[in-house]
Design a protein around this ligand. Structure first.
Ligand SMILES: [Zn+2]
Length: 275
């Protein structure tokens, strides 16, 4: 066989727009595949959103998207089973993430320079505590993180955007302006179902919270739940969503705002990968 017909890795690594070193950064995602976020968004919206962001960031940086870890936990404990029926306790969650990670990294044809686990569900926010342990399992440096907005993120002048920023500053939202807007931009909001929800909310926001207790910062649980839901009441951002929703009587899903959110969070991820 002619020598020129044999193409080796060394040669292939000189091809294309992404350098080998960049492709050796590996990205995984962990979100929530079964969680209530109102009538208009699919139950795996947290996972869908973080995977979309991961993919965009991989296109930009050349990093390799390895896959999704289909587990989720919640920092408020097992009351989360009410809106997140596949919830598992934190220790079990870490165990499963470590097991899958070991298998997935082992299946690669190269040794990663760095492994990033992008967190798409607030309930998984403690995972970065395990970076050292996960690095041992993966035999590569693992950095898990919950991406935020890039420096200079500015939505001032947009009323819904201003409200969203106040909610986030107070400790996070659930199924409110940010999640609905990002999902609307990515094509994951059912407009007909959103209209159904908003018609009910317009007439009676409390009725909307009875039908979809997870919307507006898990507002129905805060409004109607017993003492067991106090951990939610301690999160100021969630209370803020509820109060805002009762006044506003609508869920905003603003595509333009969603575009800004997605761009900025992607920027934050890119920066972390390129550091
Ligand atoms: Zn979530």
């Amino acid at each position: 066989m002619a020598e020129f017909l044999k193409l080796n890795e060394e040669r292939l690594n000189t091809y294309g727009n992404h350098r080998k070193e960049n492709r050796e950064a590996v990205v995984l995602t962990v979100g929530n595949d079964m969680e209530a976020h109102g009538y208009a968004m699919p139950p795996d919206i947290d996972s869908r959103t973080i995977r979309a962001l991961a993919y965009l960031a991989c296109q930009r940086t050349g990093a390799t998207f390895l896959g999704h870890l289909p587990y989720s936990t919640d920092s408020v404990g097992d009351i989360a089973l009410n809106w997140s029926p596949q919830y598992i306790p934190y220790a079990e969650f870490v165990e499963k993430v470590a097991g899958s990670l070991s298998h997935m990294i082992g299946s690669l044809g190269f040794t990663p320079r760095k492994v990033f686990i992008l967190i798409g569900h607030g309930g998984n926010r403690l995972l970065p505590q395990e970076n050292e342990r996960l690095s041992k399992v993966a035999r590569a440096a693992v950095e898990s993180f919950l991406p935020g907005f890039a420096d200079g993120f500015d939505v001032s002048g947009n009323e819904a955007g201003d409200t969203m920023m106040r909610v986030l500053a107070a400790g996070g939202e659930h199924a409110y302006i940010m999640e609905h807007s990002a999902a609307a931009y990515l094509g994951d909001v059912d407009r007909r179902k959103l209209a159904v929800m908003n018609r009910v909310a317009q007439k009676d926001p409390l009725e909307a919270l009875r039908r979809w207790p997870e919307i507006a910062g898990l507002g129905g649980y805060i409004e109607f739940g017993g003492n067991e839901f106090d951990p939610l009441r301690e999160i100021e951002g969630l209370r803020f969503c509820l109060e805002d929703f009762k006044q506003r009587r609508a869920i905003i899903a603003d595509k333009k705002l969603g575009n800004k959110i997605v761009e900025s969070v992607m920027e934050c991820i890119v920066k972390r990968i390129e550091e």
